[in-house]
Ligand binder design. Structure first.
Ligand code: ADP
Ligand code: MG
Length: 398
């Protein structure tokens, strides 16, 4: 992988930097700016070296149309505060406003181009559509630096196609992510425990097959656990469920057994009458979930079961909150897992937390970044890295 040291003099050059600024928002405010902070080393170094820094980023899933609530304006403001310099936001990604702002830049200036996902071409499946679009962005730069680790598992216009059009290098965040995650993939100290949760059930269920060949223990909570509980024949009420994947989940459980991988599922859950912060919360064993209730978190016995398993591990990778942590009533499972991972870190284990919401969850629950070995900015990307899948956004830099 080419790195920033391999770049010739960048002074006076327009450097397009892909960042992952997909931060969690609530009522237009940034709840966790971890991904913006993580981008600072690269951005500051480029500024110091006299580059004109032009940032490409996305926010949320606007699906190819302009969604004003998903403008990068709050991100540009926060970045300006953190860098202590003006950061201008272009009204478009490659249109007349972007072109005008870029042509007016001085050495060391920083601008952010508007949400790349406002353009339908960014995520098009058609490579010719994407590369024609990437060419329009490429005209705004002389060099491309890829530093949005959270998107490198997807071949998209602003992280993949553009790299084919300009001299390029990986940024400092990507280098750091690769160095840390490699520790969990190349000969991890064992037992190696993977904890999975979150809401992107269909995205994440598929990774389990590959993890069954790597991890010694797999702890499954959060949204995807209900597909497994269903496969075991339990009533799961109105919980998140991927009906098409029930058979696949059953297959994973058989594979785990054959390979001697410990696969732990919740033994009790907290159910609610509706998806709300003030919903009625009730702990029930997994065999007693009422048909009209939804699973919102792991229960107290599961918290202990998961915590014991995590504390006895030498390497831990965790992606996905075990419950709807945004509602304090349903955050106890996630808190218990975070406590156990922090304890394992103290006891000498190498621990990684991956994923935007997972990172935001531990910070909002009061944990410091230093309580874990590494907080990865990538969710899907870190999982796919762990699976040893080639990541298009990294391979393209080789
Ligand atoms: P990450 O961003 O860390 O990769 P995800 O985006 O997959 O994680 O999932 C985070 C979301 O999962 C949180 O908003 C949380 O509320 C939600 N979640 C966790 N458990 C459940 C559940 N049982 N039902 C519904 N949503 C859940
Ligand atoms: Mg998320």
């Amino acid at each position: 992988m080419r790195t920033m040291e391999n770049l010739d003099d960048v002074r006076g050059k327009r450097v397009l930097v892909r960042c992952d600024f997909n931060v969690p928002l609530k009522d237009g405010a940034i709840i966790d700016d971890g991904r913006i902070r993580a981008a600072l080393p690269t951005l500051e170094e480029l500024r110091r070296r006299g580059a004109k820094v032009v940032i490409l980023a996305h926010l949320g899933r606007p699906k190819g149309t302009v969604v004003p609530e998903l403008s990068l304006a709050p991100v540009a403001r926060r970045l300006s505060e953190l860098m202590g310099c003006p950061v201008t936001l272009a009204k478009d990604t490659y249109g007349s406003d972007a072109r005008r702002l870029v042509s007016d830049m001085q050495d060391g200036d920083v601008i952010v181009l508007e949400n790349v996902r406002f353009n339908p071409e960014e995520t098009s499946k058609d490579e010719t559509v994407r590369s024609a679009y990437a060419a329009k962005i490429a005209r705004l730069g002389d060099i491309f630096v890829s530093d949005g680790f959270g998107v490198v598992h997807r071949a998209q216009g602003s992280d993949y196609d553009i790299a084919k059009l300009l001299p390029n290098a990986a940024g400092l965040l990507i280098q750091k992510e690769v160095a840390n995650l490699s520790r969990a993939t190349d000969n991890p100290d064992r037992p190696f425990t993977v904890v999975l949760g979150g809401a992107k059930v269909s995205d994440k269920l598929g990774v389990i097959r590959n993890l069954l060949g790597k991890a010694d223990r797999l702890l499954i909570g959060g949204g995807m656990s209900y597909t497994f509980l269903k496969a075991k024949g339990y009533e799961v009420g109105t919980s998140l469920l991927e009906p098409d994947m029930v058979g696949v989940a059953a297959g994973y459980m058989r594979t785990a057994q054959e390979r001697g991988v410990e696969l732990l599922l919740p033994v009790d859950v907290i159910v609610a009458d509706r998806f709300a912060a003030d919903a009625d919360a009730l702990a029930v064993p997994v065999g007693a979930m009422p048909a009209n209730r939804m699973g919102m978190d792991i229960g107290p016995r599961t918290r202990e079961l998961f915590a014991d398993s995590i504390r006895g591990s030498k390497t831990v990778f965790w992606n996905g909150p075990t419950g709807v942590f945004e509602f304090p009533r349903f955050s106890q499972g996630t808190k218990a897992v975070a406590d156990a991972v922090a304890q394992a870190t103290k006891d000498g284990a190498f621990t990684i937390i991956g994923g935007g919401d997972s990172a935001s969850a531990v910070r909002s629950l009061g944990f410091a970044d230093t309580e874990f070995s590494h907080i990865s900015t990538g969710g899907g990307a870190s999982l796919e890295f762990l699976e040893d899948k080639p990541l298009p956004g990294l391979s393209v830099l080789e």
